[in-house]
Write a protein that binds this ligand. Structure first.
Ligand SMILES: Cc1ncc(COP(=O)(O)O)c(C=O)c1O
Length: 388
């Protein structure tokens, strides 16, 4: 670690910076699967790239530093990271998850881990009483939360959940994808594991799929390192390079994402054709005060519902440069229909119970000019009028 004090410097200089052999300011792409060994049992610290690769190692050191952890891990996707963490547990394990957890996280538990004797419970983690009750069930090994949740941007008290989890001997896992360590640091709030779909804000340019995890505890780090190597879902050297490169601009990008999301939320809140806006950065939004206690601001994601007489299908069809697409956190603004896209793997009745209406529209505010984003939303809302 160099001598700097601020996160904005750590994203540029953190982890294993540059290249000690050439002075290259960028981490080289060590595009190799194996390493020549000097003699039997004698190598330079690298044996095989599933187990360890210098480009990936630089990224892993970087995410550990940014999350204030001691060890980081890079995976082929966010879901590969989640799968590795869930693989810490054995048959009979019961996992508590946020009710509005990412659809793919729900799916891997519901359709894969249950086949290996896991059970899970979906809980409204904004309600600590419900969290306590769920953690008290026999066999609970972990709680996996997202705050803000996807797509309703509900806020969970991360520190309180982590205290409750520890009291019940359960591991606390926080999916920090929506916030990034620039805005929120789950390990500082008491979490055992901070997870990311680095595909999103950390990569930041919609050009790679990646997952990251960071931990503080050495014994837990050893177990995850074992699983990363044993199950093999590692991030490739080129993608590790791209991710390091993306992270260098994280702080400046997140500032603009947040500014634009707030501008869009303020516009939508006043619009007569908008029935509901979900953005934790809005004064008076549920969870606003808690969000500002545990995170720097509301971040770059928001969702909303159109009023009666407006059709969400027409809204999506009328968008100009805001692209209808899965994913989030890239430089370009994206619009998504959670019910048929990101959250389609959650059965309709469970979705509706969790408040994810068929008409819900999710926006990932990009880094374009705020006025252009608001203008695109405005014209698409006008075009969404049922009779037009
Ligand atoms: C909050 C969250 N966690 C995890 C994932 C899964 O990550 P990936 O798509 O990189 O596997 C996503 C993907 O959308 C997500 O939004």
């Amino acid at each position: 670690m160099g001598s700097y004090r601020h996160f904005e410097s750590a994203v540029v200089h953190g982890g294993i910076y540059g290249d000690e052999f050439t002075g290259s300011v960028n981490t080289p792409i060590y595009q190799t699967s194996t390493y020549e060994q000097e003699a039997l049992g004698k190598n330079k610290g690298w044996e095989y790239s599933r187990t360890g690769n210098p480009t990936r190692a630089a990224l892993e050191a970087l995410i550990a530093e940014l999350e204030n952890g001691t060890r980081g891990f890079a995976f082929a996707s966010g879901l590969a990271a989640i799968t590795a963490v869930l693989s810490l547990f054995e048959t009979g394990a019961r996992i508590v998850i946020s009710e509005n957890v990412y659809g793919g996280t729900f799916r891997v538990l519901d359709k894969v881990f249950t086949r290996f004797g896991f059970a899970y419970e979906r809980v409204d983690t904004t309600d600590l009483g419900k969290v306590e009750a769920a953690l008290a069930a026999p066999g609970v090994k972990a709680i996996l939360i997202e705050s803000p949740t996807n797509p309703l941007l509900e806020i969970t008290d991360i520190a309180a959940v982590c205290v409750a989890a520890r009291a019940h001997g359960a591991l606390s896992v926080v999916d920090n994808t929506f916030m990034t360590p620039y805005l929120q640091k789950p390990l500082d709030l008491g979490a055992d594991v901070a997870l990311h779909s680095a595909t999103k804000y950390l990569g930041g340019h919609s050009d790679l799929i990646a997952g990251l995890a960071a931990v503080k505890d050495d014994a837990l780090a050893e177990r995850i390192a074992f699983l990363q190597n044993a199950t093999g879902g590692i991030l490739q050297p080129f993608d590790s390079f791209l991710l390091i490169r993306g992270i260098k601009t994280l702080a400046v990008r997140m500032d603009r994402h947040t500014e634009n999301a707030l501008a869009a939320a303020l516009f939508l809140k006043e619009h007569p054709a908008v029935a509901r806006v979900h953005y934790p950065g809005l004064d008076g939004a549920p969870g606003h005060a808690l969000q500002l206690r545990q995170a720097a601001n509301g971040g770059g994601m928001l969702s909303f519902e159109l009023a009666d007489g407006y059709r969400y299908e027409k809204f999506f069809a009328a968008l100009s440069f805001v692209a209808l697409a899965e994913s989030l956190g890239g430089v370009e603004s994206l619009a998504c229909h959670p019910a048929s896209m990101t959250h389609a793997s959650i059965p309709k009745e469970l979705r509706e119970k969790a408040g994810i209406a068929d008409g819900l529209i999710r926006i990932s505010a990009g880094i374009e000019h705020a006025e252009d984003i608001v203008a695109d939303l405005a014209q698409a809302i006008d075009a969404a009028k049922a009779a037009s």
